[in-house]
Ligand binder design. Sequence first.
Ligand SMILES: Nc1nc2c(ncn2[C@@H]2O[C@H](COP(=O)(O)OP(=O)(O)OP(=O)(O)O)[C@@H](O)[C@H]2O)c(=O)[nH]1
Length: 394
Amino acid sequence: MALDLPSLLIAAAVNLFALSAALPAIMGRDLSPAARSAQRSVLLQAAAWASVLGAAAAADAGRPQLDHLLSTMSVACSALSLWQLHRALGGWLGPRLGRLLVPVLALLIPLGYTLGFGHYAFRVGWSNLLLAVLALLVAASTLRPARPASSCWRLLLLGCLAVMACFTAARGVLGAFTDLYPSFRTPHPVNLAAALALNLCTVLGVVALLTAWREEAEQRLQALALTDGLTGLLNRRGFDQGCAALHAQARRYGWPLTALMLDLDDFKPINDRHGHEAGDRALQLFAQVLRQQTREGDILGRLGGDEFAVLLAHDDARGVQALITRLDAQLQTQALLGLPELVLHFSAGTATLQPGDGTPGALLARADAALYAAKAARPAAVRRSAPTPLHVPE
Ligand SMILES: Nc1nc2c(ncn2[C@@H]2O[C@H](COP(=O)(O)OP(=O)(O)OP(=O)(O)O)[C@@H](O)[C@H]2O)c(=O)[nH]1
């Protein structure tokens, strides 16, 4: 069977356009910037190969200016497609190397190509060799993720980009330094293999992108399942998971660990008098104060209604008492600024890790008991589980 180069290129362009139309339909509208960049990258690839075919037709029809324009467009679209892919990887994997270099190259490549269009060897060498460098930079960006990401789609994308970079570099060398490559339609073995690889890498590359998108959606759902929608703190499930991890670490390394249970006082009357929305804002304000006054590494949760909990790493009874005092002072200040019509107070119960606390549940249960004792001894009392009761000033 004879391999016909134009047919392979037309098939690649048609596939890419079909995929660019199918992806938005499959992926829907609620997309992250990374997923949008990935879609743009596929569309730009389609435009690049359509421009290549258009440029060939223009050259055949004896229209050199149109050939120049479409050829430049194809190089620009290829470079921009790689830039968009780099942005998608940045969104999925965290900040990537080459954040400045990639866009600069993506602009320089078509610029140099159009300025040197009159010199065949220069334009083919410049565009193909630099596009190969750009593709390798993007391929390298699939490595060393700064966020959890599975290796299967990253390695698939890396392979596709590396293969296409090799063929692009080979074209650059043939065009710039030999007479074996009078045009991209020359049925040279490198060209035929590149066109076959293009079709294969298009399919596999899009599979990799769809897998990355699915992984991102799964992670988003997982985060939502562990987060309280109103305050953005962990919900009970998320809090329990966070506590289990921190408790295990604290026991292994002998760190102090303290549980703090908090409950707003007389919250129901706030809802009844000022409406549910004001109650919601009070809960959000309390969560904000908690976030501001705790440290990175502490576990913060809204366990339900007006009940909150914090697990404090590296903190003992003295540290948690200082935190409660700061929380109360900040709550008064911020409530005055944000919700002046409301009076907000809370009760708290604390417990510190004991050698017998084999599970976080034992520690949290003691803090909870201390909270209920404090509730019973209101107004706004704080009582440690042992031994001395403490009081937060009103
Ligand atoms: N606005 C608002 N209210 C909520 C939310 N979840 C629970 N509540 C209300 O919080 C109130 C909690 O009532 P209680 O448990 O009696 O708490 P309290 O009035 O602070 O009583 P004490 O804790 O004994 O001081 C109930 O009226 C719930 O309807 C919420 O997400 N938003």
